[in-house]
Design a protein around this ligand. Structure first.
Ligand code: ATP
Ligand code: MG
Length: 372
């Protein structure tokens, strides 16, 4: 799939911008703080309705403006269709084929993207929250119903936590109410974790050989799921429900004492190992970067295998961070099959045929000009 038109209105530092893109590689060049990442981000947001940099949609609106709009024209399975997102103080509106979608899960998935940005180093070294965010975003775009379960889970979690916290003040607990909420939360928690397991199996299948390739057959990458309950990956959904029921029962008194929900997918984590050693703890900078790169490349293949078309790849300021071997590995992988956006302050030092055939855009203070 690819995007052939993008138009921004009041998006970050762009008052108004209209661009048409090459089907293959587009390079965005500009000095620091000119608006390179903002373009990349807008494509990511158009696909997933959320930024990779912030959870506050308000930040996407140009300062002193009341709304922001992103429009794109996407080609997928040889059909072209428009996508449109509008952010304002009333929230966000998502339109697919000019029709407003009541649920974001009916919108997400129309366009698939994979972003590789400097922040992705945090994927390995950062907090568990970042790894959960990664896995949630990725599952969401190939199985939009996951977004629904996640949203429901978060809503009930908030209510349940408020109830638990209230105990500290009132010193009494409406246990019937708590159990109703527990039942509700389990339904979504179990589905989430079950889908995460399935996704991980796929991710591993692609990431392992890719990582072996990038590391010149020196490193075996393993990805494990660190759950807050005692479950195993091959469990059926009904079995996971049972485990949650049992463990929530066992935890009830402790949760009331502590005033918060102590188990659930919001407490889980991913762990990466290279040749048996935990990357989070022992990995060098380069190993962390390579692990993140392997995961991103794996996502590209995973989306292809699930959706039947390659996603759009957004490489924000990362090419110059990779050594020659990793750079060529990356560019060889995408060559000719993945529409790619590369942002960089300079193309010096990036010698690759893929970039020679690219469409070049120059960005200066929120204005973009196409080369040639
Ligand atoms: P770098 O090379 O440093 O990564 P960049 O070209 O990627 O730079 P961007 O992150 O795209 O830079 O940001 C460009 C400018 O947009 C920055 O000066 C930033 O302060 C500005 N900016 C960010 N958010 C908004 C906003 N909501 N309204 C107006 N300007 C904004
Ligand atoms: Mg940037």
């Amino acid at each position: 799939m690819h995007i052939n038109e993008l138009s921004l209105k009041n998006y970050r530092n762009y008052e108004s911008l209209d661009l048409t893109f090459d089907h293959k590689v587009n390079v965005i060049i500009g000095e620091n703080a000119q608006g390179k990442t903002n373009i990349m981000e807008s494509i990511y947001v158009l696909a997933l309705t959320k930024s990779h940099r912030t959870s506050k949609d308000k930040e996407l609106i140009k300062w002193d403006e009341s709304y922001a709009k992103i429009k794109g024209s996407v080609v997928k399975r040889n059909r072209q269709f428009p996508l449109e997102l509008i952010f304002s103080n009333k929230g966000k509106k998502a339109k697919l084929n000019h029709i407003e979608q009541q649920r974001l899960s009916d919108y997400i998935g129309a366009l698939n993207v994979v972003m590789f940005a400097p922040e992705d180093l945090n994927l390995v070294k950062g907090s568990p929250q970042e790894r959960r965010r990664f896995i949630d975003m990725e599952i969401g775009q190939i199985q939009p119903i996951y977004v629904y379960h996640l949203g429901q889970f978060q809503k009930i979690l908030k209510q349940r936590n408020a109830l638990l916290k209230d105990y500290q003040r009132k010193q009494q607990m409406d246990r019937t109410m708590l159990r109703v909420m527990t039942e509700q939360i389990i339904e979504h928690a179990a589905t989430i974790i079950h889908r995460r397991f399935k996704f991980l199996q796929l991710l591993r299948k692609w990431a392992q050989p890719i990582h072996l390739g990038i590391s010149r057959h020196l490193e075996k990458l393993e990805i494990t799921y660190d759950a807050s309950i005692e479950v195993s990956e091959n469990m059926e959904l009904s079995k996971i429900v049972e485990v949650y029921q049992k463990q929530f029962e066992d935890m009830e008194t402790k949760e009331i004492e502590r005033g918060t929900s102590l188990i659930g997918p919001h407490r889980d984590d991913l762990v990466f190992h290279l040749n048996g050693k935990e990357v989070q703890t022992y990995g060098s900078q380069g190993q962390q970067r390579t692990t993140a790169l392997s995961l991103k490349l794996a996502e590209i293949e995973l989306i292809y295998s699930e959706v039947g078309e390659y996603p759009i790849l957004l490489l924000d300021d990362v090419l110059s961070e990779l050594d020659d071997h990793r750079q060529s590995h990356l560019l060889n992988t995408i060559q000719g099959k993945v529409q790619t956006f590369v942002s960089t302050t300079s193309v010096d030092g990036i010698e690759h045929d893929t970039l020679k055939k690219a469409e070049i855009f120059h960005v200066h203070q929120g204005a973009v000009s196409k080369e040639g």
